[in-house]
Ligand binder design. Structure first.
Ligand code: ATP
Ligand code: MG
Length: 643
């Protein structure tokens, strides 16, 4: 691929001096990986009982980390900060969708979590029982997760907005005894129902659900059954004292389903000690969190793994102060996020490429109206961030001074795996760069051999177990082995993503292996063609799929969203096709370019290429249960049929 970004951004020495993550970590981790993780476990986590063994890999690929240690995850995220004298520190600046706000200190969070834990106990929830959580982004969501963790009752968070079917299947899979929900949720100035979907999902004799705990958020009308109990009736009258019991390190913490970008979502199981260790360590060294001075903001929804690791467990374990925002970026206006950063003096922002590209589409003049000078670190997660979007983010949000950490990881990995360390790494736009200290990755060829040649496309694998790795798929050990540990034998964790090195040895993520196209015998990556399209001044977002083609095997089909003000015409389409040919090669030139106003995305903001491929190949569209807005596909299908 032609390189339109040879730019490099070396760390600012002033940043390095104060950085949490220092270069020595790499050498320490290389010299003694297990000793390194033991150090992090003792640095970032308080153990009720110290561990004697670090890793037990004797039953590979089922890992056990710090197995004879004991801890309580909620105690680590809340109580210990109060005990250390930080009770008055703000844990959560809550910014509600309707402009309502709450300031929740660690002491207040402790009281709320204790009350919720007592309430769940009254409902019969005991250690090991599963609880489903289907809530908007309100403090009760975080309180509920921590109350479950406190009791050792694994939670299964389901995105608010998924259908009754999605809730029903997740509740059934986990055999949840309790569901926590709300009467409704605020969406762009309107009230959307929430409980109705739960009512449907828990109806019938065969539902394992005994109780539904309902937060009053919108005050809208709801149907009521004898399973239902109001949060304010039950939780508010509980004692705000609760003794947290230590749990074994391998006690299950939660089940969470993957985004469903490549197929039916998988129920990923995470446990306590190793997970918390890596979530807290990465949040500290990658986001450079200084709990006493930073105001951190992760924009992810708690229904996504990023919300679990970097909104709940990581930052709270570190005792950080953070912003939690319930609303959308464009309500009541497109400057809403930047207004929030200005209001709270946010210093660290962690968001997704889709959000950056949307802001690019709206135009740089919107963030320019706000004071963003408090920011000092920016992060990205969820998809490859195209160099163009990276540079836009750095310039228009980061004031040309903030390091950007492009963090590669998965629901399965539990925490960040490949990312620059701010203050250490010289940044390269568009590349997630290197495994962080403690993590080992390789790129394999078709024969399963590791290689280091630049620009050759291969398969990303992880070569050593890591503390926050999934412990399996809930109730399906065989599928766990098949999906992750069989493609290249049981030595390699197969991530499912294509990757390459550049000539500096940086890793570039190239999209899903399933999405790599074969055009006239040439392998092309979706991510590279999309980046080429986004590098054109008219384009805000692009999705590329390979559709079956009689002559070339596969043909490149592109779907693009134009930037504000760009002309929607045949000549634009021609220009974009030639632009790709010039940027990459004539082989990559899209056979078709369709201009659309929206792309199908998961609730976590990832483009669902498989649905576009279904349309491009004229099939019924597949599992769309995790799609944000089903009408997007109707528009795209209509557009296709008119061509
Ligand atoms: P499913 O596994 O159900 O298809 P999913 O893989 O989208 O869904 P997640 O676990 O939410 O579910 O996403 C992990 C994937 O997101 C990674 O495998 C990778 O493809 C992509 N990803 C995440 N962060 C990055 C990043 N910084 N750069 C490139 N890709 C990323
Ligand atoms: Mg995946």
């Amino acid at each position: 691929m032609s390189d339109h970004t040879t730019q490099e951004f070396p760390p600012d020495p002033a940043f390095t001096e104060q950085a949490v993550g220092q270069a020595e970590l790499f050498a320490q981790a290389d010299a003694d990986p297990e000793g390194f993780w033991a150090d992090q476990a003792r640095r970032y986590v308080t153990w009720s009982k110290d561990f004697t063994e670090v890793l037990d890999w004797s039953n590979a690929p089922f890992a056990r980390w710090f197995a004879d240690g004991e801890l309580n995850v909620a105690h680590n995220c809340v109580d210990r900060h109060v005990e250390a004298g930080h009770g008055e520190r703000v844990a959560i600046h809550f910014e509600g969708a309707e402009g309502d706000t709450q300031t929740i200190t660690y002491a207040e969070l402790q009281r709320r979590v204790c009350q919720a834990a007592n309430a769940l106990t009254e409902l019969g929830v005991a250690t090991g029982d599963r609880v489903a959580i289907y809530l908007p982004m309100i403090p009760e969501a975080i309180v509920s997760m921590l109350a479950c963790a406190r009791l050792g009752a694994p939670h299964s968070v389901v995105f608010g907005g998924f259908s009754a079917d999605a809730i029903r299947s997740r509740v059934a899979d986990a055999e949840a005894r309790v569901v926590i929900t709300a009467d409704g949720q605020h969406r762009k100035g309107k009230v959307a129902p929430l409980k109705a979907a739960v009512d449907q999902a828990v109806s019938g004799e065969d539902s394992p659900v005994e109780h539904v705990l309902v937060v009053r958020r919108t005050g809208g009308d709801v149907d009521w059954s004898d399973k239902d109990v109001w949060w304010h009736d039950l939780v508010d009258r509980q004692s705000d004292r609760h003794e947290a019991q230590p749990m074994p390190a391998e006690h299950p913490l939660y089940i969470l389903y993957t985004s469903g970008t490549t197929g039916k979502p998988k129920g990923i199981l995470h446990t306590s000690g190793g997970y918390l260790t890596q979530a807290a360590y990465t949040n500290a060294v990658v986001h450079d969190v200084h709990p006493e001075s930073d105001v951190y903001w992760c924009t992810a929804d708690i229904g996504w793994v990023t919300g679990h690791s970097y909104l709940v467990y990581g930052p709270l374990a570190n005792g950080a102060t953070q912003v939690v925002y319930e609303g959308t970026p464009d309500h009541p206006h497109q400057g809403r996020w930047w207004e929030i950063i200005q209001k709270y003096g946010v210093t660290i922002l962690y968001t997704a490429p889709t959000a950056i590209r949307t802001c690019m589409k709206w135009g740089a003049e919107i963030p320019a109206k706000y004071d963003l000078s408090s920011l000092r670190v920016l992060g990205s997660v969820g998809e490859p961030i195209n160099p163009e979007a990276w540079l836009w983010y750095r310039k228009n949000i980061g004031g040309d001074r903030c390091p950007i950490v492009d963090t590669w990881w998965q629901t399965e990995t539990g925490a960040i795996m490949i990312s620059p360390l701010p203050g250490v790494t010289s940044l390269e736009p568009g590349s997630a760069q290197r495994p962080i200290p403690g993590i080992s990755a390789e790129i394999l060829d078709d024969a399963g051999e590791p290689f280091t040649e630049a620009e050759k496309v291969g398969y990303l694998v992880l070569t050593k177990p890591w503390p926050s790795m999934l412990r399996g798929l809930w109730g399906d050990p065989e599928r766990y082995k098949d999906t992750y540990w069989s493609r290249f034998g049981d030595k390699y964790y197969f991530a499912g993503d294509g990757a390459k090195y550049d000539d500096k040895g940086n890793i570039w993520l190239l999209g899903r292996v399933d999405d790599v196209m074969n055009v006239s015998g040439h392998r092309l990556s979706t991510a590279e063609i999309e980046s080429a399209l986004v590098s054109h001044p008219s384009v805000a977002e692009a999705a590329v799929v390979g559709a079956a083609d009689d002559t070339t095997g596969q043909a490149v089909c592109a779907f693009v969203i134009l930037r504000e003000g760009a002309e929607q015409s045949d000549s634009t389409v021609e220009e974009l096709r030639s632009h790709v040919a010039k940027e990459i090669s004539p082989i990559a030139k899209p056979k078709s370019v369709m201009i659309v106003s929206e792309l199908p995305k998961t609730r976590s903001g990832k483009i669902m290429r498989r649905l576009l491929k279904d349309v491009a190949e004229g099939r019924e569209i597949g599992d769309a249960t995790t799609l944000t807005d089903a009408s997007v596909m109707d528009f795209i299908k209509q557009g296709m049929s008119q061509r």
